[in-house]
Write a protein that binds this ligand. Structure first.
Ligand code: PBG
Length: 329
C-alpha cells in the first residue's frame, strides 16, 4: 500500500520548490509610504515605528534616490502639519506652496521617473484630527468632498501622478475625477482607498503625523461613521464597485493582514488593479516582536508579503518595502 498522492515530490529540494512556486515578490510590487516634515536636516524616527522616519525635504531627496537605486519606482507621500496651520476646513491643504505641494516637486525634481502618489485627506490638516469637516458632532460629507477635490487638483498641479483619497466620504471619487477632467488633468490617476476599515491598527501612523482624532465635546473620537466596520464583508464590495463606477483607476483594501479575505473577495470580482495597505500597526507588531527576539523578522516579513500577494494584491503599500527589496536583491 502506497500513498495515492506523494505531494512531497514537489517540495523535496529548493530547485523544484522554485519551479512550482506560485507567488514571487519583486521590487515592482511596492509602493513606499514616505512621511515628510518641514525644516532642514530633519530625519526623525517615529517612536512607534522603529527604523521609520519623517524627513525634511532636503533629506527626502537622498531617500528617494536610494529607493530608485534599489528598484522601487513608486512612493506615497504624507505630510506632518504643525498645529498652528490646522483648522476645521483644512485650509493649509490647498496652499499651492504647502509642504505636500513642495514635497511632490522635490521628488519629481530629483527623480523625474519616480511615480508620485499623494494622500488626499483632511486629517493631517484638521484641528479635530478628522478626515472631514466637523459640525454639530457630525462629519459633513458633501462639504468635505468639495475640499478633497480641490486638494486633489492642487496635488495634480504640483505634479502628482496619482492622487489617493483615504477619507471614505461618499461621492469623492466622482467629484475629484470630474474636477481633474475639467481642469485638463486627464492623465492624473486616482487610487481610491475604497475598502478602508475603522481599524485600531492605524495608531502608529497617527503618532507619525500627530493626526489622531481629538477628545473634545461634540466631536466623535473615532472614525466609525465613515470608515468601515471590521465585521463587514459585503460592504467592501459595494464600496469598491461604487468607486470603480465613479472613476477609480486602482482600488485598495486597508489594513492588510487581517483583511486578506476581503482582498480575495474583491480580487475575484473587479477587473482593475487591487492595492493592499499593510498599515503602521502591522509594521509595529513585527518590529516589537523581533526586537524581543520572539519572531524572525525577515522570515516573518517575507511570509507576510507572500500572503498579501497570494491573496490578490497587485500593489503592496508597506513600510517594509525597502527591507524586503534589500533582502531579495
Ligand atoms: C489618513 C490616513 C490614515 C492612514 C492612511 N491615511 C489614518 C487614518 O485613517 O486615521 C493609516 C496608515 C497606517 O496606519 O499606516 N486618512
Amino acid at each position: 500500500m502506497y500513498p495515492l498522492q506523494r505531494h512531497r515530490r514537489l517540495r523535496q529540494n529548493s530547485a523544484i520548490r522554485s519551479l512550482v512556486r506560485e507567488t514571487i515578490i519583486t521590487p515592482n510590487d511596492f509602493l513606499v509610504p514616505l512621511f515628510v516634515v518641514d525644516g532642514k536636516g530633519v530625519k526623525e524616527e517615529i517612536a512607534s515605528m522603529p527604523n521609520y522616519y519623517r524627513y525634511s525635504l532636503d533629506l527626502l531627496e537622498n531617500e528617494v534616490k536610494e529607493l530608485w537605486k534599489l528598484g522601487i519606482k513608486s512612493v506615497l507621500l504624507f505630510v506632518k502639519v504643525p498645529d498652528n496651520l490646522k483648522d476645521n476646513s483644512g485650509t493649509e491643504a490647498l496652499n499651492p506652496n504647502g509642504l505636500m505641494q513642495r514635497a511632490i516637486k522635490t521628488v519629481k525634481n530629483v527623480c523625474p521617473e519616480m511615480l508620485v502618489m499623494t494622500d488626499v485627506a483632511m486629517d493631517p490638516y484638521s484641528n479635530f484630527g478628522h478626515d472631514g469637516v466637523v459640525a454639530n458632532g457630525q462629519i459633513l460629507n458633501d462639504d468635505t468632498t468639495a475640499i478633497l477635490s480641490e486638494m486633489a487638483l492642487s496635488h495634480a498641479k504640483a505634479g502628482a501622478d496619482f492622487v489617493a483619497p483615504s477619507d471614505m466620504m461618499d461621492g469623492r471619487i466622482f467629484e475629484m475625477r470630474s474636477l481633474l477632467e475639467d481642469e485638463g488633468f486627464h492623465n492624473t490617476g486616482v487610487m481610491s482607498y475604497s475598502a478602508k476599515y475603522a481599524s485600531a491598527f492605524y495608531g502608529p501612523f497617527r503618532d507619525a503625523l500627530d493626526s489622531a482624532p481629538v477628545d473634545v465635546q461634540d466631536v466623535p473620537k473615532n472614525k466609525k461613521t465613515y470608515q468601515m466596520d471590521p465585521a463587514n464583508r459585503l460592504e467592501a464590495i459595494k464600496e469598491t464597485q461604487t468607486d470603480i463606477a465613479e472613476g477609480a483607476d486602482i482600488v485598495m483594501v486597508k489594513p492588510g493582514l487581517c483583511y486578506l479575505d476581503i482582498v480575495r473577495d474583491i480580487k475575484n470580482v473587479v477587473d482593475i488593479p487591487v492595492a493592499v495597505y499593510q498599515v503602521s500597526g502591522e509594521y509595529a507588531m513585527l518590529k516589537a516582536a523581533a526586537e524581543k527576539g520572539w519572531l524572525d523578522h525577515d522570515a516573518v516579513m517575507m511570509e507576510q508579503m507572500t500572503a498579501i500577494k497570494r491573496a490578490g494584491a497587485d500593489i503592496i503599500a508597506s513600510y517594509f518595502a525597502k527591507d524586503v527589496v534589500k533582502l531579495i536583491s
